[in-house]
Design a protein around this ligand. Sequence first.
Ligand code: NDP
Length: 524
Amino acid sequence: MEGETRGEDRAFEAIVKGVAEELGLQREECPVVGTVDPCAIVIVGASGDLTGRKLLPALFELYRNGGLPVDFSIVGCARTGWRDEEFRTHAKKSLKEAGKYDRLKWSGFAPHLHYTAMDYEDLPSFEKLAGTLRKLDKKHGTSGNRIFYLAIPPQLYETAAQMLGKADLSAENKEGSGWVRIVVEKPFGRDLETAVALDRTIHEHFGEHQIFRIDHYLAKETVQNLLMFRFANAIFEPIWNRRYIDYVSITAAETLGVEHRAGYYEQSGVLRDMFQNHMMQLLALTAMEPPSLFEADLVRDEKAKLYRALRPFQAENLANQIVLGQYDRGTIDGKPVPGYREEPDVSPQSLTPTYASMKVFVDNWRWQGVPFYLTSGKRLRAKKTEIAIQYKEVPHSMFRQTLGEHISANRLILGIYPEEKITLTFQTKNPGARVCLRSVTMDFNYLQGYEGPALDAYEKVLLDVMLGDHMLFWRQDGVELCWSFLTPILQGCETCDNREEMLLPYEAGSRGPEGAKRVRKKQS
Ligand code: NDP
């Protein structure tokens, strides 16, 4: 009886809401949760690419939309010998290049920008920074709260963390300091051993609650939506398992080449650049069990359980589980582009893979026997990040006399980028006298019906660091579990005798190496 009354109440609420929306009286928006404390945001490596292309535009956007606290400062640090004015000029140029510049807002934003030249290995530089921050606390009212964003090459993370600690910049609630957080960019190590060592060094000076290991992919709206889609709807979860799903494909394809990042990419390659972080996160969000509560540690516990269930690759069977490729010359958007080995700062003999496709199994009750195909590469035909859930065919075709045994199976696509949408393909009868089927697709565009503000990934991660919310950041156990899974694969691929033969060339602008189909065909 009580249930009935609640049902009626809900029906009534829905009608009232529907009428109100029709009349334009109500629009649902996601409010920003929590308040942002005053703080200083220190960018170590402020003269670099990431700062110019992503961090400064994201901070400015947050400022424009009221996402920054009223009392804030942004302090750039790098070896480049700038002063405040030169850093501001650089920031203004970066905003213009990113198409974010707004003259009116800039005049309010610019006075919050400061710069301190530093040598990352020099303790006095960091002590000078500490003094500058104390002065800026007074000037901007930032209450001693600090974020240190490491936007420097990964080999400098440990040094910078140590220097921050030695200069007493990591200690919280001490002599005028408030909370202190450190943000570490990807890559977090280059294998299990280096990831563990990096973590140990950072932990010498920072507690786990102070450490934010970034994966900006997690902050994409459509990636966050994965858990909402799976666990806020009752109809998908019952068929989200081995009984109904044939396979899952997770793809992150780029049309861009290595661009200006050859120095980094030559050392990393696609497995370290995309798989250890982004692909593993997409896999976890697709395959993990529901946590009991949407809370940072409970969500990350479930991800860790999923990573523990990954079936290790067998060294002797590597070629059946992974395909590596490297792009050759080709055409993208009608324009000729060079091969990877012809790119500036890339060795003409480079054996760095720019493409990988692997077949992964999750050894648990839900997923036993279901292959997950993870594919990522540069200079592919189209830029596309998506998760495709391929359902099994119907168990028995009652239309076999007219339509044959096979009926196309259902497919659910969770588009992440550039198409932010969800599509479901199913069969319907083709109108007309004859019995024939056609595949139709229902689609939902993620921003459809929403007019409120949407945060870009770096805006979201910066906001979450200011709020102290760890939900979208890696926890160390997740990092280590993923490295434990990938390190033997990397070792296998990088030390095998036939390393060169394993690396299949593919034409830029194509779908990847022909041989990639091999991984899909072979059984586990
Ligand atoms: P950059 O190569 O642009 O370097 C950042 C700054 O570090 C430079 O401006 C430079 O400043 C300093 N630096 C560079 N090389 C050295 C060196 N050998 N020794 C000492 N200082 C050096 O890096 P990015 O901005 O591209 O990336 C920063 C971090 O963010 C990296 O860890 C990267 O992996 C990560 N990242 C970058 C992304 C991007 O799109 N760029 C995306 C995702 C992650 P100065 O000479 O003034 O000291």
